[in-house]
Design a protein around this ligand. Structure first.
Ligand code: TRP
Ligand code: ZN
Length: 883
């Protein structure tokens, strides 16, 4: 992909294939203490039709060229130009294959960006997506250049007894001087971003999976020394993922080995390198003492996600990085479906929708807004976003809804058949469903190119005489992203007409305007449509957008009485939850509009009773009841308010709601909290749901009693991390500074100081504590001997959590929270720009705050933007945020 003239933006419209075709890659990586020598031989050929004098231009990033040979002969310097960013070779043959041998020298120890080849606790490890391979050798480093790789690794046998790469192991042996080697062969064509090597002294957990056609696959999870037993749950999740992909999508694994490596220093969650997934160890290592139920669910999801990429991402990859959602949105959809099947569908859906609203909606409604398939970027690392991943998954979900389950599967089958081995585009993906299901998705495709969250306005009117109910749907999109027209989109709207007996009513229906209706699905395609339902015995309760069937802001003119009825009656459990959530969000949003210190009730008694009724209903899944009890996040309320937000008032309102609910339901919360303990720990969804409910109850009863005794008792008696950290969070967040809280925090530190993953929780918990003095705490913790800017998990735990989750101290009116974060980001940017840019996105909401904070935030952003030598990553985020 060429950069445009300003050298800044890359545009989808400029896509063209490479001038040279790559037929194969042969690499030797010689690893030494302090440096590595990389010898790469590329078999290339000028593409038919390309001008005979067109040079070969390879990408590099901070590279030093050591040697260059063409078909075995050293190239004269007149034939090439090498800079750290590019290698240009001229005078190459007009046709026929040639071999270019490139020698580079790199320093993994000095690589703090964790892109390319780096070292993590002594382990050599690579990360190449999106553009990391060019930090190892000069290459056509783009996803549409596919080739088979043969990789030889050489290293000291003691430092690195384990030598891994993609594909199958084919050869290994000893070398002089205590060194050894291994050769790996990956027969599948792949792009460079899926390349991986790992070398080090690692422990191994092994298992086996027999595929549906009877092939044996050797499974291995490699961990740091002594931690292999903590990979047992990840291994279990891996085998369940492999079986699920066979059952649900007919997808079988394709190599003889599948390896996973867990490492401590990693920029994101995990990476789907062919046959050699590399993980942030946070998503592999756990047991009941160190991990929460949320951590277990996270491991299961991420293991599944990376495994599923083998088909959606690896066998079929992306033509260019604009198509990122082709693999990410689809793979998130697949991992969400896996978790829904393995756990409880409604509870999983509630979790996914909460996540979408907490991360994607604010992105889509602020200055960092971009389409699911962007049309341009300055730094691709900044497009691994909630929009590409989570909204991308929603788009796939809508295709499944529109096509229906059977035809969706046919479309997926066609996609795998038609594009296996290729680098594909969104258009090609969509065409598979059009062809397999015989539907027209041309209007639907707008979802990929129009940014922003559409609003779906719904109104109803009941005619008592005629016994008809008219439902009117209207869609609108706020003009936003430059260059995207605002045409009506295709909105699949699942619904039901709920009767007083809690059952969906059948009714004859007629449609007028831009929509179609079939069974329980309205598909709105115009700006507006009305549906007239006839033959109803009495006025129904309209349950609309069931299961969140489209990623829209729902603006349903519905009274409190109807919502209360649906919270009780709706046979669609997701919407029962949403009815409650809408009632509570609505109340808290409204109360937040009143001035700080206002003491009028923030939530009506009827709503409190409805919440307590759901939470106390033993006929419902405990995990669902815990979801019902989880109040909307303060950031979510702030987003709904939209302008002139005072975070202190929002915090005060949420606190008041917690107190009101806790006080009214105290007896019930005591009962629910008492139901907690299972004799034996099991991480399954049902047990986790019971713990979630008990911990939610503990939160409310602690708020009501306004004393920490119950939380302290739970902290001390805890036999698993969920209960222990659940109690500690209540102490640190509701009773900050109290002697018993400080003692518990110290105790936690001493218990777990040997485990970095648990220490991250200790840092994060304190960073999130919602009181003014938390700024002084994080300043102190940034000077703690265990704090380091070099470990992304640790930085995220302290700086990231403070910036993203502490609505009180980060937003201190004096701006000191903003300035501290900016100062840390400026320092971090010189170490790891991917992480500094990611954390900086928290500033994007600056325009929505009240005047004082708005100007403090803007000033902080402007100061950041003017720092000399800012990374492209951080500069891009700051500039777009200010736009
Ligand atoms: N492709 C990875 C996934 O979603 C994520 C990823 C992209 C990544 N770039 C990365 C992981 C850089 C680590 C570092 O599964
Ligand atoms: Zn992914």
């Amino acid at each position: 992909m060429q950069r445009t003239e300003d050298g800044q933006t890359v545009k989808l419209a400029d896509y063209r294939p490479t001038d040279f075709v790559l037929h194969g890659v042969d690499m030797t990586l010689m690893l030494f203490e302090g440096h590595a020598e990389i010898a790469t031989t590329l078999t290339l050929e000028r593409r038919a039709g390309v001008a005979a004098d067109a040079p070969l231009v390879l990408d590099g990033d901070e590279l030093i060229l050591e040697s260059l040979a063409l078909d075995g002969e050293t190239l004269s310097p007149s034939r090439y130009v090498a800079t750290p960013e590019q290698l240009t070779v001229t005078g190459l043959a007009e046709s026929g294959r040639f071999e270019l041998a490139i020698g580079t020298r790199i320093a993994p120890e000095a690589n703090s960006k964790l892109m390319g080849l780096f070292r993590s606790n002594g382990i050599w490890c690579s990360q190449c997506e999106a553009e990391g391979f060019r930090r190892i050798t000069y290459f056509l480093d783009r996803p549409d250049v596919l080739a088979p790789y043969r990789v030889r690794i050489e290293a000291d046998r003691t430092a690195a007894p384990i030598l891994l790469s993609n594909g199958n192991p084919v050869e290994a042996g000893d070398l002089e001087g205590g060194r050894h080697f291994a050769v790996w062969d990956d027969p599948f064509n792949k792009p460079s971003y899926l390349f991986a090597v790992v070398a080090g002294d690692l422990d191994l957990l092994t298992d086996e999976f027999v595929t549906m056609s009877g092939r044996r696959v050797a499974l291995g999870i490699y961990t740091e020394k002594g931690r292999a037993p903590q990979a047992a749950y990840a291994m279990d999740a891996l085998k369940r993922s492999m079986a699920w992909d066979e059952r649900r999508f007919g997808r079988e694994y394709d190599l003889d080995v599948f390896n996973v490596v867990a490492i401590a220093d990693f920029n994101m969650g995990a990476m789907e390198n062919k046959g050699l997934n590399v993980f942030n160890h946070k998503y592999v290592l756990l047991d009941q003492d160190i991990a929460t139920d949320g951590d277990y669910a996270g491991v299961e999801t991420v293991i599944a996600h990376e495994y599923f990429h083998n088909w959606t991402g690896n066998r079929i990859t992306c033509r260019d990085w604009f198509q990122l959602c082709l693999k990410e949105g689809l793979t998130v959809y697949r991992d969400q479906e896996f978790s829904a099947d393995e756990r409880e569908r409604t509870v999983q859906r509630i979790g996914s929708v909460r996540r979408l609203k907490a991360h994607q909606f604010p992105e889509d409604q602020g200055p960092l807004q971009h389409p699911v398939r962007p049309g341009e970027y300055r730094e691709i690392n900044n497009f691994y976003t909630a929009t590409v991943y989570d909204k991308g998954a929603e788009l796939v979900r809508m295709i499944a809804t529109l096509a229906g389950e059977a035809d969706f599967r046919k479309g997926m089958d066609l996609y795998f058949e038609r594009h296996d081995g290729e680098a594909a585009t969104i258009e090609e993906f969509i065409a598979c469903f059009e062809d397999a299901a015989g539907i027209d998705l041309s209007q639907f495709a707008l979802w990929y190119v129009q940014a922003g969250t559409p609003t779906l306005a719904v109104s109803e009117s009941w005619d008592d005489e005629a016994r008809t109910h008219v439902v009117t749907l209207r869609q609108s999109l706020v003009p936003g992203a430059a260059g995207t027209g605002i045409q009506p989109m295709v909105l699949p709207v699942r619904f039901g007409l709920v009767g007083g007996n809690g059952e969906d009513r059948d009714a004859a229906a007629s449609v007028s305007g831009g929509a179609s209706l079939k069974d329980d699905l309205i598909v709105l395609t115009g700006r507006e449509a009305s549906i007239t339902f006839t033959g109803l015995p009495d006025r129904p309760y309209l349950s609309v957008l069931r299961d969140f069937s489209a990623p829209v802001t729902l603006d349903h003119e519905q009274g409190e009485a109807d919502r209360l009825a649906l919270a009780r009656l709706d046979p669609n459990l997701f919407n029962r939850w949403r009815a409650l959530d809408d009632l509570i969000s609505g109340a808290l949003t409204e109360a937040s509009g009143r001035p700080l210190g206002d003491t009028a009730p923030v939530i009506s008694e009827a709503v409190v009773e409805a919440l307590l009724a759901s939470a106390g209903d033993d006929g419902l899944d405990p995990a669902f009841r815990a979801q019902a009890l989880a109040l909307p996040g303060e950031a979510d309320i702030a987003r709904q308010i939209g302008v002139d937000v005072d975070p202190d008032r929002v915090h005060e309102v949420v606190d008041a709601a917690r107190l009101a609910i806790g006080t009214r339901g105290l007896a019930m919360f005591e009962r629910l909290h008492g139901l907690a303990a299972d004799a034996h720990f099991s991480p399954d969804a049902a047990s986790a749901g019971r713990r979630a409910l008990a911990n939610a109850a503990l939160g409310y009863l602690s708020a009501a009693r306004q004393e920490p005794a119950a939380a302290l008792a739970q902290y001390e008696a805890a036999t698993n991390m969920t209960d222990r950290i659940g109690a500690l969070a209540i102490l640190a967040h509701r009773f900050p500074g109290e002697a018993s809280t400080e003692a518990a925090l110290d105790d936690f530190y001493r218990r777990f100081e040997g485990d970095d993953l648990v220490l991250d929780k200790w840092f994060a918990l304190q960073a999130a504590a919602p009181f003014n003095g938390a700024l002084e705490t994080v300043i102190r913790l940034a000077g703690h001997p265990r704090f380091t800017m070099r470990n992304p998990n640790r930085v995220r735990a302290l700086v990231g959590t403070f910036a993203a989750s502490n609505q009180v101290a980060f937003h201190r009116p004096d701006g000191a929270g903003y300035r501290w974060v900016a100062e840390k980001l400026a320092a971090l940017d010189r170490i790891n720009p991917q992480i500094s840019a990611r954390i900086a996105t928290t500033f994007r909401a600056w325009r929505s705050f009240e005047r004082g904070r708005r100007s403090q935030l803007e000033q902080t952003l402007r100061q950041l933007s003017e720092i000399k030598g800012l990374s492209k990553d951080l500069q891009d985020i700051v500039d777009r945020s200010l736009k």
